[in-house]
Design a protein around this ligand. Structure first.
Ligand code: ASP
Ligand code: MG
Length: 467
């Protein structure tokens, strides 16, 4: 069966203009494919607003969370009004949205009545699922208004996960069973499901989320379960880029990538796709396209098994991090534990060690600071970590410094000395503090001082991609 899964991200469902594009795209693809499944995420900014409101509720700030809930209500209702629906349809949609918003207020109230220490990722997930459900209702109604038999489906009934709230992992077997039971019969009846991304539920029915940006991951799991022919992820950029266009003006769209290249690209900082979405598609050889909702005529990027890969670097990424180094050898376990605990305390998430290296006379490690930690986090953490290291005797000889991890992505780069030489050569005489290959052999990461980051990125792009 010819099935297409299309995922529309927050930016493509957030405004009436974007929704008009979504409508045009769905109408066109429904005519071309036997079956279409639409996956949507919350309107852009909604998940962030819900997180803020949940924390206000945690601290008993009723005015604060009510203000955010009111703004969210206004935004969703205004979007619904902008759809030019018939009167009864608009009234039905408003009632649906209000029911969810009422649930939201109740959930905030429950949080605010409890001890603030009791607030957990489980409580937050109960809140976050509502943002996704609101968006699915709006998109489904829009499609119904244009003669499509669209139905909004809450994936809390389909996506079965473990109970790691905030970053749950789908249980493929259980999800498959739910999909066979609920989704396939709908598709058989010619219904167009508009499914919420990002969210799921444990086997006991508690709502979960798959980690930020997780609606991509949902699309990929659903595609596997319904044996889709392709997955298309729609956003507001032209495709996967050869570098972040905000940093490198010459950045271009990469026409195709292998799954392994895409996975490492996502892992090493390209924020356009959820890194965990690639593996299921790779296992089942389902092609993935990344396209711009405002320019559907462009091909975008195609990620598939037959991608042309040999001997080229396709993209360079950069991420902010901290390096820790000392002039001696010895085990790294204790310092890694210290850094992890420190980051957990300061920014609420542990670090990812990206590069570690040791010789008899030097130890080095580079950890990533998640962008969610905010723009000043790197400097702030450098200071606080330095203070902590200096406070005791054990780690006094360790130094901390802000760094940038620039990564060149190209299939089999780890077995291509010529390519490695070109990447390193492109940096001229910049100091390289550390280096390592990525897990899939598709990337070479170089650690440079934060002040050298911009230069390193543009040199790499200019010399090995623009040529
Ligand atoms: N709405 C969720 C988020 O903001 C999921 C997604 O956008 O993919 O992370
Ligand atoms: Mg996303």
């Amino acid at each position: 069966m010819n099935t297409l899964v299309m995922k529309f991200g927050g930016a493509s469902v957030g405004t009436t203009t974007a929704l008009a594009q979504v409508l045009g795209i769905v109408l066109q693809e429904v005519a071309r494919w036997e079956r279409v499944v639409v996956v949507v995420s919350a309107l852009d900014g909604v998940t962030d607003a819900l997180i803020d409101a949940a924390h206000l509720a945690q601290f008993g700030n009723e005015r604060g969370y009510r203000r955010i809930a009111a703004t969210l209500r206004q935004r969703h209702l205004a979007l619904a009004e902008g759809l030019a629906l018939g009167k009864p349809e608009l009234a039905a949609l408003q009632a649906d949205l209000d029911k969810l918003l009422f649930e939201l207020l109740n959930a905030f109230q429950r949080i605010s009545e409890r001890n603030r220490e009791a607030f957990s990722a489980e409580n937050l997930d109960e809140i976050l699922v509502i943002g996704e459900k609101l968006a699915a209702r709006i998109v489904a109604m829009l499609l119904r208004q244009h003669s499509l038999r669209a139905v909004a489906i809450d994936s809390t009934d389909l996506m079965m996960t473990d109970d790691v709230f905030g970053s749950a992992t789908p249980d493929l077997k259980a999800t498959q069973a739910r999909i066979n039971q609920h989704l396939i019969p709908m598709l058989d009846r010619g219904i167009l499901p508009v499914v919420t991304g990002f969210i799921g539920a444990t086997s006991s029915g508690k709502p979960t989320t798959l980690g930020r940006g997780g609606s991509d991951y949902s699309a990929s799991v659903f595609a596997v379960c319904i044996q889709a022919r392709e997955v298309w992820v729609w956003s507001d950029v032209d495709g996967i880029m050869s570098a972040d266009p905000h940093e490198v003006p010459g950045a271009q769209v990469v026409p195709e990538l292998s799954y392994a290249e895409m996975a490492e690209l996502a892992y090493f900082g390209a924020r356009i796709l959820h890194s965990r979405m690639v593996a299921p598609l790779q296992t089942h050889a389902i092609p993935l396209r990344v396209k711009n909702v405002y320019k559907p005529q462009l091909a975008g990027t195609l990620i598939h098994a037959g991608a042309h890969t040999s001997g080229v670097v396709k993209s360079v990424t950069h991420i902010h991090g901290l390096s820790l180094s000392a002039q001696h050898g010895g085990p790294l376990t204790d310092i890694v534990t210290l850094v992890n605990t420190h980051l957990q305390k300061q920014i609420g998430s542990p670090s990812d060690v990206m590069v570690s290296a040791q010789s008899a006379s030097r130890s080095f490690l580079c950890v990533v600071v998640p962008t969610s930690a905010g723009p000043d986090a790197v400097n702030h953490l450098t200071d606080s970590l330095t203070r902590e290291l200096q406070a005791g005797d054990k780690f006094r000889d360790w130094g901390v410094e802000p760094v940038i991890l620039v990564t060149a992505i190209g299939d089999s780069i780890n077995t291509s000395p010529t390519l490695i030489a070109r990447v390193i050569g492109a940096l001229g005489d910049l100091t390289i503090l550390g280096a390592s290959f990525g897990p899939g052999g598709c990337s070479l990461s170089l650690v440079v001082r934060a002040s050298d980051g911009e230069y390193a990125l543009s040199r790499l792009h200019e010399r090995i991609i623009e040529k």
